[in-house]
Write a protein that binds this ligand. Sequence first.
Ligand code: FES
Length: 104
Amino acid sequence: MEAAIATTAIVPVRRVLVCQNRTCAKDGAAKILATFQQQQVVNVTVEACGCLGLCGSGPMVVVDPDQVYYWHVTPKKVAKIIELHLIGNNPIPEMMHPRLNHQN
Ligand code: FES
């Protein structure tokens, strides 16, 4: 008798929040939100959010439940976040806000 082999990887459910408040909006947050929304990633939702208390570091992006805060996000960085973090499950330390992310 053959044992069944599970071939599907477990894909974590994540939520991406993109601050759309005043300072981040001035820094181009609308384009960052639109760039995330143009890409459909399995098990990932993308939402606008209010101020994250990190004005001046924007556009700010949070990936939950990982609690990873990315700062000064550009469309190029969005592509990296999607590829490496959301699909590859590897958060990107060099793009994280230094005040809120503590690497082990
Ligand atoms: S306006 Fe985006 S963190 Fe405050």
